[in-house]
Design a protein around this ligand. Structure first.
Ligand SMILES: Cc1ncc(COP(=O)(O)O)c(C=O)c1O
Length: 282
């Protein structure tokens, strides 16, 4: 039987994840107990070095939004993002009121420093470096361009796709001013939705923490959707090709589970119009 390559279908979900999710589904008292989250923050930060601190959020896009807010980026400011990116990146910039400015990518699918030079001006507050497909960007080239500016331009690392990747011996996430990671359904570590902010500057950490703590807690219905996700996919994936032509059992299970709200989509409808869904509000 053909097996799907399930890039956006939670390829990392394994039997123990399904069992854990099932157990948690019946333990709502733990849903808002953040002891484990704090343990994860400490463990995650220690992977990068003892001088690092991490802050957990519900997604990479929340992480980026919180970082931008903490850096006081808002209306009238510009943030450079690369042209090949996830919709969540320019959207997070737009949610702050700032304008995303697109820089071309080079052959490594990351920001091309020679194109970046023409995209930065006195309104630019930050450049988001993305390590596409886990390939580290040309940090030295990008930094050289930024350092030529008189105004402070923050280097934000988007490590949604590059957890564990290294640039000249340094882990991505430890090179810029502040970085973020995604634990989305198709990422290196997956919790269906989830994200982490990483930084070592104590002042920036405190401001980010203040912003992060303002975010709304996800509602119980959303938590249930995330816990149901591995369960539903454990049924849908084995039957993904079982059917006639495009009409298969697995696809139908996923489709109807989304339609009736048993599981969530990776991108919400509002985001297709750059609006901010309730889940990412503060
Ligand atoms: C490069 C990149 N940055 C940011 C994000 C946003 O992460 P999340 O889906 O956790 O909000 C994604 C999501 O796929 C991504 O691919």
């Amino acid at each position: 039987m053909k097996r799907p390559i399930a890039i956006s279908l939670s390829p990392n979900t394994q039997k123990d994840d399904v069992i854990l999710a099932l157990k948690q589904l019946f333990k709502p008292v733990y849903w808002y107990d953040f002891t484990k989250t704090e343990e994860l923050e400490i463990k995650f930060a220690s992977y990068f070095g003892k001088e690092y601190k991490a802050l957990a959020v519900n997604s990479g896009r929340s992480a980026l939004y919180v970082i931008l807010k903490a850096l006081d980026i808002s209306y009238g400011d510009e943030v450079v993002v690369q042209a090949l990116t996830c919709v969540a990146v320019p959207n997070s910039v737009l949610w702050t009121g700032a304008e995303p400015v697109y820089a071309d990518v080079g052959n490594d699918f990351n920001i091309d420093p020679s194109n970046l030079a023409g995209k930065i001006n006195e309104k630019t507050k930050a450049v988001i470096v993305q390590n596409t497909f886990g390939i580290p960007a040309n940090y030295n080239g990008i930094r050289k361009v930024i350092q030529k500016r008189k105004n402070k331009v923050y280097l934000i690392e988007d490590c949604a796709l590059s957890l564990g990747a290294k640039y000249k011996g340094k882990l991505t996430g430890t090179i810029g001013d502040v970085s973020f990671f995604s634990f989305g359904r198709d990422k290196v570590i997956s919790s269906v939705f989830g994200g982490m902010i990483l930084c070592k500057n104590e002042r920036i950490y405190q401001i980010i923490k203040e912003q992060r703590d303002k975010l709304d807690y996800p509602r119980p219905g959303w938590v249930i959707q995330q816990l149901l996700h591995p369960l539903i996919f454990s049924i849908a994936l084995p039957s993904y090709n079982f059917g006639i032509g495009k009409f298969t059992l697995g696809k139908a299970i996923i489709y109807f589970s989304q339609i009736i709200g048993l599981i969530s989509k990776a991108i919400y409808k509002e985001e297709e119009f750059s609006r901010r869904p309730k889940l990412f509000q503060s």
